[in-house]
Design a binder for this molecule. Structure first.
Ligand code: NAG
Ligand code: NAG
Length: 251
């Protein structure tokens, strides 16, 4: 939208320079002068069109299409891309969020942040039974004790993330549910998500210290949730800039 307005303004600026060409020294015969004015004007016009086209294509890409025909999936695609761009794993961030956003709700940074947390919660729930499974397979006592620690740490990580999701949940008078980030909540969210990441690291470190054979499998399985959490933290770290881009601000 902004770019198309600038385009109109920029285009308008062709006219003042028009006046300048009109006031060129009146030495050449009138017909030649008129011709050269016409050439200059059409050159300026051409340059303006080219500049506007390049600008619209480069800067705005999909949004320069008429908004009427814009499907909501195009809007969410752009929104998810813009938000994922600040994360350490923009591509997988985009793919994963798109895949769970079946209702095309991902229109703003708060909702997209909520989705990255959902991915992390899903993944952590999925791996919370892993230590138990590994314990049942292992008869090494030292590994067993490290794995029991992991079970506790994974539970803690999961509750940190669930707490994060809950803290943003706000009911509207219309009975709908919204995700609301406030300045005050930002600090808590960073603390909780970082704590969940530390829980996972502590588990892996413990297994490594014990020289556990389970360490590689656990490392592999926590990789994704780790990635989702680091994406979440990156979004939080950039949330004000991101909201600004969407014409929004912290509540
Ligand atoms: C935020 O995420 C939670 C948990 O995944 C979900 O239940 C809730 O509906 C989401 N809220 C919005 C507004 O998307
Ligand atoms: C849970 O983990 C298993 C084993 O890695 C995987 O096959 C499955 O797809 C995962 N489920 C979800 C919902 O991520």
């Amino acid at each position: 939208m902004e770019e198309s307005i600038n385009f109109v303004n920029g285009y308008g600026k062709v006219n003042p320079s028009d006046d300048e060409t009109t006031s060129l020294p009146a030495q050449s015969p009138p017909s030649n002068r008129r011709k050269s004015i016409a050439v200059i004007v059409s050159l300026l016009f051409f340059v303006a069109i080219v500049a506007a086209t390049i600008g619209a294509t480069v800067v705005h890409h999909r949004r320069s299409k008429p908004s009427e025909s814009q499907s909501s999936s195009v809007k969410t695609t752009d929104s998810i891309k813009a938000v994922c761009a600040v994360t350490p794993h923009p591509e997988s961030c985009f793919t994963e969020i798109s895949s769970i956003d079946s209702d095309n709700n991902a229109v703003d940074p708060e909702i997209i942040f909520n989705l990255t947390l959902r991915l992390a919660v899903n993944e952590l729930s999925n791996i919370s039974s892993l230590p138990k499974t590994l314990i049942s397979r292992s008869n090494d006592l030292r590994t067993g004790s490290a794995l029991r620690d992991c079970a506790t740490l994974f539970d803690d990580a999961l509750s940190q993330l669930r707490q994060s999701v809950e803290s943003m949940r706000v009911g509207t008078p219309a009975g709908e549910e919204k995700v609301v980030l406030t300045e005050g909540k930002l600090g808590d969210l960073k603390t909780w998500i970082s704590a969940a990441m530390t829980d996972q690291e502590t588990c892996v470190d413990g297994l490594e210290e014990m020289g556990s054979t389970a360490v590689d499998e656990v490392k592999m399985r926590v990789q994704r949730s780790n990635e989702y959490m680091s994406n979440s933290l990156a979004i939080l770290a950039n949330i004000e800039t991101l909201l600004d881009k969407f014409g929004l601000h912290l509540h």
